[in-house]
Design a protein around this ligand. Structure first.
Ligand code: HEM
Ligand code: HEM
Length: 154
């Protein structure tokens, strides 16, 4: 009975681990979003500097791949809520960097909507900068979030 009672009743660090078959596609989707976002930025800048039509085409293709990857990322993020966010939240582990991760993804999704549907001259550039800045911060904070989570587990 004592042995039974001494067993952890909450969600332990071990059960919070994400399966490799889910984790790698998530990493791949985020990496592709960052690369195509950065690629678009370079192509958009070159298009204005060099005035070459090829850069216009590269920029359009980057956004097409980015949009496709965003759809995959949204699918994976939706699955992450019951698989990871709710469980980690209840266990109380890695709350600070986890909350930052959740906020970053929420801002990315809201500004992505803005980029797609708010065409006004005043709002679009603002959405673009917020989206880009938050995207870059995702690339920096996700590895930190993982490192902090794994360190706490150890
Ligand atoms: C929605 C945005 C989030 C993303 C994209 C995300 C992503 C990840 C990833 C990829 C890992 C590494 C998983 C592994 O090594 O198996 C991880 C670890 C972890 N995350 Fe998150 N996370 C998010 C939100 C949260 C939130 C809100 C919390 C807490 C309330 C949290 C708590 C943790 C913990 C505790 C770990 C370490 C798990 C372990 O390895 O045992 N995460 N996160
Ligand atoms: C949940 C994650 C993300 C979603 C859902 C998302 C979605 C989108 C969407 C829908 C667009 C507009 C595409 C178009 O106009 O055809 C866009 C543009 C863009 N995204 Fe993302 N994205 C995400 C993450 C990222 C990340 C991580 C970066 C990192 C750099 C990034 C950088 C950009 C850039 C530079 C643009 C072009 C901005 C412009 O047209 O002015 N995005 N994104």
């Amino acid at each position: 009975m004592a042995a039974f009672r001494s067993r952890p009743t909450g969600i332990t660090g071990c059960t919070l681990r994400l399966r490799t078959s889910y984790r790698y596609p998530l990493y791949a989707a985020f990496a592709a979003l960052v690369l195509t976002g950065a690629g678009w930025l370079v192509a958009d800048w070159q298009k204005d500097v060099a005035g070459d039509e090829i850069w216009q085409q590269v920029a359009a293709n980057m956004l097409m791949v980015h949009g496709g990857m965003a759809m995959l990322a949204l699918l994976l993020l939706g699955a992450l809520i019951p698989l990871h966010v709710q469980r980690s939240w209840r266990s109380g582990e890695n709350l600070v960097s986890g909350s930052v991760m959740a906020a970053i993804n929420a801002v990315l999704i809201v500004t992505a909507f803005g980029l797609y549907y708010l065409g006004s001259e005043a709002v679009r550039p603002l959405m673009s900068w917020i989206h880009l800045g938050t995207g870059v911060s995702l690339a920096l904070i996700l590895p930190l979030h993982i490192w902090l989570g794994r360190r706490a587990r150890r």
